[in-house]
Design a protein. Structure first.
Length: 501
């Protein structure tokens, strides 16, 4: 394997391939930062321009774009609360509050450092454990996927610090929205009073509305009342001690992102939410998450970038797309006459090993560009709030329009923005709604498929060891915040009792 990896480095370090990698990385930053232009869209738009290129150069460029786009989504999530990619939604929880405190440079710095480390370490894991982990991922059936969805939804207690009841209601609303469209089993239409809803409510425009448009409405309201929302200071980059304080969080995020990314259908979005919740659960001060904690940014960014390498495991070794972006990458390989799977390693070893080398080289390139441009990106916070709100609103609607090249996604973003604004005014968190939109279809479809497998018996979820373990983890994940709060109250009562005595 070492000989093939050295061959991959020799191929990638050719000036044409290196130039393709750099171009893909720069385009990835742009694609990720613009709400609506997801990595999937970016790869699809770039494929026609790779037809006349060498297969290795084209794949290297697309993979570089994929990796950089996952980080790029965090730029606008931090600066204007508009996640450029779905996986960056969790980054906004603490990144945007830091930017409002005049510490955008610190937020962007820890974001790119966590992303770069996550991408590099997960690339090494991809090289070492690709084939065994791909075989493990094949053990997942409908019961395991349903259990995984439940595990993802279990983080709602951690995302709803003010009121877990409001968090559950927000999840319920999101799950109801995912029932719109075609029934995943019977194909019967549900709540589709217009044809545009046949495929359900599009996720990306809804995400743009819930986070970005609702934030713009809040900005307009604050502009009207004369309140200040952003300090006019970009701030310094994170210190070495601050980076060290995130080491365990980044390590945990890499493991979570790589494993979840490896499971087909899970992907970076679920990984970032789970990693954020686990970081909050492990923290000594979980109540500070959501107010501008750098560990929250590190958890999300390390997970969603390490998920990229995880997604490539089933793609390269088994020919199975682990995400929408991976499906488009498979199309790109096929166009160049390459069939992903075990035979790719024997017939065309230069391709997978060039991808491995590309990931290892792209991570430091991405890190250098990110750190070099962090203070420049942070200058966005110096724009007057009224101008910033107007520009962000235009970008949001442009991104929503580009998602479907029609006005329907724009209306979805607008209506979702109003809903998000109302929710925030009444103290309901928007993060659980997004979580439910991500996991709703996965939970429903696999729940019903599992029941078909078990001939209507619910015991199928507990009879399979992997499914049972994941469900137990889900219960522990959901219950841990309540146990922690109870223990803290007990400790507080004991301290007061001793003081009174």
């Amino acid at each position: 394997m070492l000989e093939n990896l050295l061959m991959g480095f020799q191929v990638v370090l050719q000036w044409s391939n290196l130039l393709a990698l750099l171009a893909g990385t720069l385009m990835g930053y742009f694609v990720g930062a613009v709400p609506g232009l997801t990595p999937t869209v970016g790869i699809a738009l770039l494929i026609p321009f790779t037809f006349g290129m060498d297969p290795v150069a084209s794949i290297v460029m697309l993979v570089g774009l994929y990796m950089a786009a996952e980080y790029g989504g965090g730029i606008t999530a931090i600066l204007v609360n508009a996640p450029g990619t779905p996986a960056a939604a969790a980054t906004a929880f603490d990144g945007y509050p830091l930017a409002k405190q005049g510490k955008a440079g610190k937020a962007l710095g820890i974001s790119i450092i966590s992303s770069g480390i996550g991408a590099f370490v997960s690339s090494i894991l991809l090289i070492l454990f690709a084939v065994p982990l791909a075989n493990f991922a094949l053990q997942f059936g409908p019961p395991e996927y349903f259990a995984l969805a439940v595990f993802g939804l279990s983080v709602v207690a951690g995302l709803s610090a003010e009121s877990w009841l409001k968090g559950l209601l927000a999840v319920a609303m999101g799950l109801l929205v995912t029932t719109i469209g075609l029934d995943p089993i019977t194909g019967i239409t549900r709540y589709t009073f217009i044809n545009d809803l046949m495929e359900g409510v599009p996720f990306v425009p809804a995400l743009i509305g819930l986070f970005a448009v609702s934030e713009v409405l809040m900005l307009f309201e604050e502009t009207k009342t004369g309140q200040l929302i952003i300090e006019k200071a970009a701030g310094a980059l994170p210190t070495l001690n601050e980076i060290k304080s995130c080491a365990s969080t980044i390590a945990r995020g890499i493991g979570i992102g790589y494993i979840i990314g490896m499971i087909p259908g899970a992907g970076a979005t679920i990984a970032s939410f789970v990693s954020y919740n686990e970081a909050k659960r492990a923290s000594k001060n979980p109540e500070k998450f959501g107010t501008g904690v750098i560990q929250g940014i590190a958890a999300s960014e390390s997970a969603n970038n390490s998920a990229v390498a995880g997604v490539l495991v089933p793609l390269l070794t088994l020919g199975i797309p682990g995400s929408a972006s991976a499906a488009v990458l498979i199309g790109a390989l096929t166009i160049h006459g390459l069939q992903p799977g075990p035979l790719l390693f024997t017939k065309h070893p230069e391709v997978p090993y060039s991808v491995f080398a590309c990931l290892l080289i792209a991570a430091p390139i991405m890190l250098s560009i990110g750190l070099g441009g962090a203070k420049l990106f942070a200058k966005v916070t110096l724009i007057p709030k009224s101008v910033l709100a107007s520009v962000v609103l235009c970008i949001c609607f442009l991104g929503a329009y580009s998602f479907g090249n029609s006005m329907f996604p724009v209306w979805v973003a607008f209506i979702s923005g109003i809903i998000g604004y109302v929710l925030r005014k009444f103290g309901f968190p928007t993060a659980p709604v997004v979580l439910a939109l991500v996991l709703g279809y996965m939970a429903e479809s696999n729940f019903r498929r599992a029941l078909l497998m078990g001939e209507g018996s619910y015991t199928i979820f507990f009879a399979r060891p992997l499914s049972l373990v994941i469900l137990i983890l889900a219960v522990l994940s959901f219950g841990s915040p309540f146990v922690r709060n109870w223990l803290m109250r007990r400790a507080g009562q004991n301290v007061r009792a001793k003081q009174n005595a």
